[in-house]
Design a protein around this ligand. Structure first.
Ligand SMILES: Nc1ncnc2c1ncn2[C@@H]1O[C@H](COP(=O)(O)OP(=O)(O)OP(=O)(O)O)[C@@H](O)[C@H]1O
Length: 223
């Protein structure tokens, strides 16, 4: 059975339609790529799956359960983890506090933080550092750790390479591969960087003007 099934999905902002008739699936443990230029609707797609914005048509199912009408916090507890563009780290909280807040919000025991940290040795020396002073790469790694505190079955990851140096990109690729094997989650990865996606995903769609195109279009790709 597919972990995620999206069928005929539409959504937008106020009366402006952005996504149109989007359909795709993700199998258990798969990393699926979505490639696209600025403003094509990639973030809107992830926000609609996470429940941050409402679907205006179509359905979203997770593990066979229709979650289309479910509010965002319930989707998160059903196993949909979201790492948004810009990462939304709390700047006034330390690295550890950012993780503790995430565990609390997910209804998990505080012990989950130390468990998750075992997979993030890079964060250990900076646990008492404020979110505000972290580098882009450190913020991205913290955002991934924060997402894992909720025990996701599916992670929606929005432009992880944005504002990140090439050397850290390679580190993030290795980290995602390692985390995927260890924690057995699937992922929908949105990016403008085709090379990054091809390092991690066997299947990639192109998002263009709110629609997804079939994987063979990747050959003409961007990034
Ligand atoms: N809150 C909003 N209100 C109105 N329109 C919005 C809002 N957020 C995004 N849009 C519009 O929706 C369209 C798709 O935006 P979206 O952020 O999904 O694109 P994207 O592919 O993720 O681009 P980027 O790579 O720049 O993040 C754009 O035309 C954008 O201007």
């Amino acid at each position: 059975m597919n972990l995620l099934e999206v069928d005929g999905l539409g959504s937008g902002y106020q009366s402006i339609p952005i996504l149109r008739d989007v359909s795709f699936y993700v199998v258990e443990g798969e990393f699926l790529g979505i490639l696209g230029h600025n403003g094509m609707g990639k973030s809107t797609l992830l926000k609609t799956i996470s429940g941050e914005i409402k679907a205006t048509s179509g359905t979203i199912s997770l593990g066979g359960t229709d979650v289309t009408a479910m509010p965002a916090h319930k989707r998160a507890r059903s196993g949909i983890g979201f790492v948004p563009q810009g990462r939304r780290i709390f700047p006034g909280l330390t690295v550890r506090e950012n993780l503790e807040v995430a565990a609390l919000a997910a209804g998990k025991s505080p012990a989950v933080v130390d468990e998750v940290l075992k997979s993030f040795p890079r964060l250990m020396p900076i646990l008492d550092r404020a979110g505000a002073v972290l580098s882009g790469g450190e913020q991205q790694i913290l955002a991934l750790a924060r997402c894992l505190c909720g025990g996701p079955r599916l992670i929606l990851l929005d432009e992880p390479t944005e504002g990140i140096q090439p050397s850290i990109r390679a580190e993030i690729i290795d980290l995602l591969k390692e985390l995927g094997q260890k924690h057995a989650f699937a992922m929908v990865l949105v990016e403008q960087n085709e090379q990054f996606l091809s390092s991690l995903c066997e299947r990639t769609y192109v998002c263009e003007k709110g629609r997804l195109k079939e994987p063979e279009f990747v050959a003409d790709g961007i990034g």
